[in-house]
Design a protein around this ligand. Sequence first.
Ligand SMILES: Cc1ncc(COP(=O)(O)O)c(C=O)c1O
Length: 415
Amino acid sequence: MTSLWHPFASMAAVVNSELVIERGKGVFVWDSTGKQYLDATASLWYCQVGHGRTEIVEAMRTQALALEAYHTFGDFANPPALALAKRVAAMSPNPDSKVFLTSGGSDSVDTAAKIARRYFQLTGEPERTVLITRSWAYHGMHGYGTSLAGITGNADGIGPLVPDVVLVPWDSAAAVAEAIDRVGADRIAGFFCEPVIGAGGVRPAPEGYLKETRAMTAEAGALYIADEVITGFCRTGDWFASNRFSLEPDLLTFAKGVTSGYLPAGGVIAAPRVWEPFYAEGAPLFRHGYTYSGHPTVAAAGLANLDIMEREQLSARALHWESKLVEGLDSLMDHPLVGGHRSGVGFLGALVLDPQRLAADPDLPVKAYKAVRARGVISRAIGGDALQISPPLTITDGEFEQMLAGFRRGLDDLT
Ligand SMILES: Cc1ncc(COP(=O)(O)O)c(C=O)c1O
């Protein structure tokens, strides 16, 4: 019996049936029996540049031989952390931003939530504590992230959470306005928004939603916090969806694609409005940070990964695949198990199962991804009704066709 306690797993089901992934190259991975799979989820949405890029591994090795690890608390820094922060700040839609480095997306969300509340303490509005979040939102699994969960169930069963969180329907800007009115504009600290909801089932924001909510948040004097853990680093056709949609968020959380997952990393980009009071002469110490914030080997992996993204123009690739994915998913619409798809912003999509079949068998998404996996394509059940599609951005035309064929064959096996 395994000693590995898996995340997001029913261990009774997993305990004697683990899928042990041993190797990866490009869009493919191989399990311990030698079976090949096309990685249609880029692991957990992060492997933008594909698996097995020796360039990143070499950069990690070179850095580790010089200085494998050192912290960045207080006045400590190291060259790769400085370079990565500078490079990511320059990608921000807001000029003159600063970057707080973390070890992942959940760290970044909790960091952003604490920065938001702390910001208002520093600027003389301590009553601004309320954070607005959306149904279907996934903001990680730390304390704040769990409290901000919009996926039913992700915040259940553990008792009291962070207070002062308001949940609104994900697709209604009017609901955000109504929440601000109800709570009082002067009590709102921030609005958390995934420009495309990811783990909650790939739900691009409705037309006009991002701009409208951005304007309302600004009018309320609150902070706009774009959670770009999935949408960042080329996935939505630019460095960030915020650049593409001219969002200029006050805070932007990132992770995953910053290293394509070669080592765990994340961070928060803060616009000048936010960082200035923290940097002011005499400002109190911000008692926050993580042991591995700015870890040099991690940062070196990030820098090498960004080199590949620039050289191979992966934002342009994502835009190329954006429309191809819509067409590809359209081509599966004739299948009796398929009810639709959610896609159209960047290279991520959800293949939605037929609602009647789903009503008759709520386990259908799990059965469907397992059938597709048996046909050599890794997907995942998301959003309660759909299968995730977000392959590495480096996928070729032939591999893309192979992926669609795997979905069709897997679904055929279920009918
Ligand atoms: C939008 C978003 N925020 C935060 C997180 C949490 O990131 P991590 O699992 O790296 O802690 C995720 C993870 O999928 C995410 O999709």
